[in-house]
Design a protein around this ligand. Structure first.
Ligand code: FAD
Length: 396
């Protein structure tokens, strides 16, 4: 027996799904969110480093778009990139209106330069940016009459006469339009490859598979991203992603001889490749449990910067007996992000009419190589677009 029908059903409760739900609700739709675990469990809440938006005096959305285009090796969908960077400042103000307090200094935002960026553009909430964003979005959902179905993983999606029917755990939910916001698949792939991953155990990718079986198109799906700086030691930090802001604030990568072997603020794929090659050349170091690694010289970070922008990372390392401001730490790339995904248009609609996709599950915005800080941004910008468009289509 199906629950009463919704206008918009959102699958997933990461930043993109929550943004889509809030936006669809504000556009007047009757909205439901069904998610695999608790509402809190997602990759978005783990994001530490920050979110990009062109607020610097020497910066512009066009410059931001140019950096995305170059970092993607000219493989991104330019229409999506222009929307991503053009709507970034208003996306930040939208988050502020929902209660996110970005770190400020000298009367403006504290902005860091991240890998592949030509300007300082990364806004932060300390080093718990994803936690702050998802908390604000979740509070907006929980403070509204949006229906939430935790512990209700999507297992089946089928077309009906008036829209879609979804089997989510014990519930059968009917909706006129559906927003797929179920994230990527790096946790599952890492398990299959016997590698470490930064991802949450819910990142397994079955929702993408369901959409493909219904006929949705994919792009750049083979392009998986390694985060250049996975924690390699101590063992409790293995699979932890050392925030890229360590490098933005002065940390550099060093080989066994203490030499810099790459531009530590290059695009992610280039930095990861340089580390793999250095280790293959025999110039890496070994962790006490025999894993490959290189050094990240975090002793070059000013204590004042670390206290403001890296407190969580410092706490975690110090709890493991290592002080990154006193000694270099060991790092190696770790499976992190699905660059490609479902093909979407500028309203975030997939090639299946009435089915939208936003966040990591969608492809095109980053092409084959995402820049740091653009994923949370994509969740907000395209989550809002998906929610609004799904609501409008459902209520037309
Ligand atoms: C450790 C870490 C640090 C990061 N740091 C940054 C950063 O600093 N800046 C940045 O921009 N990006 C960062 N990223 C990337 C970014 O956080 C994610 O790519 C982005 O938040 C993904 O959001 P999402 O909403 O698409 O997916 P997620 O946040 O992963 O949410 C997906 C949701 O879908 C649910 N789900 C999965 N399968 C099903 C199913 N079958 N049925 C129902 N629900 C399902 C999940 O439970 C979850 O609630 C980081 C990622 C990680 C892992």
């Amino acid at each position: 027996m199906a629950d009463s029908p919704f206008d918009v059903l959102v699958i997933g409760s990461g930043a993109s799904g929550l943004a889509a739900a809030v936006s669809a609700h504000r556009a007047g739709a009757r909205v439901a969110v069904a998610t695999k675990g608790s509402l809190q469990s997602c990759n978005s809440a783990k994001a530490q480093g920050g979110i990009q938006a062109a607020f610097g005096e020497d910066d512009s959305p066009e410059q931001h778009a140019e950096d995305v285009w170059k970092s993607s090796h000219e493989t991104a969908d330019r229409r999506l990139v222009e929307i991503l960077t053009g709507e970034a400042p208003s996306g930040i103000h939208w988050l502020e209106e929902l209660g996110v307090e970005f770190t400020r200094e000298n009367g403006g935002y504290r902005l860091a330069r991240c890998g592949g960026a030509s300007r300082r553009r990364l806004l932060q909430v300390g080093d718990r940016t994803g936690h702050a964003i998802t908390t604000a979005l979740r509070e907006a959902v929980e403070g509204s009459d949006i229906h939430t179905f935790p512990k209700s993983p999507l297992a089946e999606l089928a077309r009906t006469e008036n829209g879609w029917r979804a089997r989510c755990g014990d519930h059968t939910l009917d909706a006129t339009t559906v927003v797929l916001a179920a994230g990527g698949r790096c946790y599952r792939v890492a398990q299959e490859r016997g590698e470490l991953s930064t991802n949450h155990p819910g990142a397994t990718g079955e929702v993408t598979q369901m959409a493909v079986e219904l006929g949705a198109e994919l792009r750049d799906f083979d392009a998986l991203q390694y985060h250049p700086n996975g924690g390699a030691w101590p063992s409790n930090m293995q699979g932890y992603s050392i925030p890229e802001t360590t490098r933005a604030y002065g940390a550099v990568l060093l080989n066994a001889d203490g030499e810099e072997f790459t531009d530590s603020l290059g695009p992610r794929d280039a930095v990861s490749r340089a580390i793999f090659e250095e280790v293959e050349k025999g110039k890496g170091v070994e962790t006490p449990d025999g894993r490959p690694a290189v050094y990240l010289d975090t002793t070059r970070i000013q204590e004042s910067d670390a206290n403001v922008s890296l407190p969580y990372m410092l706490r975690r390392y110090r709890a493991g007996g290592i002080d990154p401001l006193e000694e270099r730490i060991l790092t190696y790339p770790v499976l992190h992000y699905q660059n490609g995904g479902l093909v979407i248009d500028t309203d975030a609609e997939t090639t299946l009419e009435g089915v939208y996709a936003c966040g990591e599950i969608a492809g095109g915005t980053h092409g084959r190589n995402r820049m740091m800080g653009n994923s949370l941004l994509e969740c907000v910008v395209f989550g809002r677009r998906a929610g609004k468009a799904a609501s409008e289509k459902a209520r037309a």
